[in-house]
Design a protein around this ligand. Structure first.
Ligand SMILES: Cc1ncc(COP(=O)(O)O)c(C=O)c1O
Length: 418
């Protein structure tokens, strides 16, 4: 008898769908399509030669260790390096506060496993990172969302939802995905102090913090939070779990991210990670360590910043040149994305089909909202990535997209005569 597999799937899989972005990426990989869709770093900035040398050195000098099973916590020299590296942003962690994960996406999944019981409410920004919603959905999360503006999460709206006791808050303070916005320093302080007052943990997801193109670096939430526990030199206290990754600074194919948290939280995450994958690839960790060591990572990040800054500027300029009145967009001071808002009544999913006819792609904004928040308002947005196309493609892509936008708005006007 052939098994009806769907009848065997666990209840937690019921509401799980494929990531809209991953599905879209498949369509938009045809060479004639200019894609502002994925969150892909530019492949022309990958430090290929440095990887080649590092792989050779690892195999010549450390092959036995690099090809063997390793500790779940991660390769100790890499954890030490991360601890040194983040110290410059004021994060005073030791190796026992750092867990290496298989991308920060795995960290989101492990945090879901650690903190979410079915029906728990998670406070998220609206919009928020789709991959986090996907990870948390698998554990039966529900959501309460708080809107963002150009200064990031609107912290003045937090008190009421916090009184209902969400399990934790998930926030992206730097160059948010998808909004491109940055949480102001004042709001960071308000957020941390509210978390403290109501006893609600914060998960701070920071893949883009180093990719700042203008302005001063702002203190991470984890740093502001640790100011509340000045005598905890062993880093056993604190309300913030901080995540970052090498995906946007070295290469996403490495699948290397990390968690910084109080030592007890890390120890529990380690147990959960054992059940997931024993440990992140030893070989990859050792190679990444060899690639990043010395001054290399800093120099490399400088180069990435200058490439992406130019691409951001080209996109902003092209939007100003081609897009019709009534369409707005954010001004990202870093990161990979900007967020476009169409006039009321517009539907970015319909626009997407129109845009594909023009051979240009983006991600409709709807999927960045929890399903209970999706509706006419969430459908008015699109996320544009500016890191993965060359400047001349960006100009041409925005021009093509403007043709689709104008056609879509014209259809709206005809359908709703004033
Ligand atoms: C906000 C955010 N968190 C996490 C991730 C996952 O990154 P990683 O490649 O480290 O798994 C991404 C990737 O785009 C992201 O934008």
């Amino acid at each position: 008898m052939s098994i009806a597999w769907t009848s065997r799937y666990a209840l937690r899989t019921k509401d799980i769908k494929s990531s809209a972005i991953r599905e879209l990426l498949k369509i938009t990989q045809q060479p004639e399509v200019i894609s502002f869709g994925g969150g892909l770093p530019a492949s022309d900035v990958f430090p290929v030669q440095r990887f080649e040398e590092a792989c050779r050195r690892v195999l010549a000098e450390k092959a036995v260790m690099a090809l063997q099973y390793g500790e779940t916590e991660g390769y100790k020299p890499l954890r030490d390096m991360i601890a040194r590296h983040i110290a410059r942003y004021g994060i005073q962690a030791r190796a026992e506060n750092v867990l290496i994960t298989t991308g920060s996406q795995q960290a989101l999944d492990l945090i879901g496993k650690l903190l979410i019981n079915p029906g728990d409410r998670i406070l998220v920004e609206a919009p928020t990172y789709l991959g986090a919603l996907q990870a948390f959905n698998a554990y039966g999360a529900e959501y309460v969302s708080v809107p963002c503006d150009e200064q990031g999460l609107r912290t003045e709206l937090l008190e009421v939802p916090l009184r209902f006791g969400p399990k934790f808050m998930y926030v992206l303070p730097n160059f948010q995905n998808p909004g491109g916005t940055t949480l102001s320093e004042d709001r960071r302080r308000v957020l941390v102090s509210l978390g403290n007052r109501y006893g609600i943990p914060i998960v701070e997801d920071d893949p883009y913090g180093q990719l700042r193109y203008e302005g001063e670096h702002l203190p991470p939430l984890v740093v502001l939070d640790r100011e509340n526990v000045p005598h905890d030199s062993g880093y056993t206290l604190g309300n913030v779990i901080y995540l970052s990754t090498f995906s946007k600074t070295l290469a996403p194919g490495l699948r290397l991210g990390w968690v910084v948290a109080p030592a007890g939280v890390i120890a529990k995450l380690v147990q959960l990670k054992q059940g997931a994958d024993l440990h992140t690839s030893t070989f990859t960790q050792v190679v990444a360590y060899e690639v990043a060591r010395g001054n290399f990572l800093d120099e490399h990040v400088k180069q990435i910043r200058s490439v992406y800054r130019e691409r951001r500027d080209v996109m902003l300029e092209a939007l100003r040149q081609y897009f019709p009145a009534g369409v707005k967009w954010t001004y990202p001071k870093g990161g990979l994305f900007l967020w476009v808002t169409l006039p009321e009544g517009a539907d970015a999913s319909k626009l997407f089909l129109e845009a594909l006819k023009q051979n240009v792609a983006f991600v409709p904004g709807d999927s960045f909202f929890p399903s209970n928040e999706q509706g006419p308002e969430s459908r008015r947005h699109l996320r544009l990535n500016f890191s993965n196309a060359r400047p001349e493609q960006i100009r041409e892509g925005v021009r093509r997209l403007s043709v689709a936008v104008k056609a879509h708005l014209e259809q709206l006007r005809v359908a709703q005569p004033s």
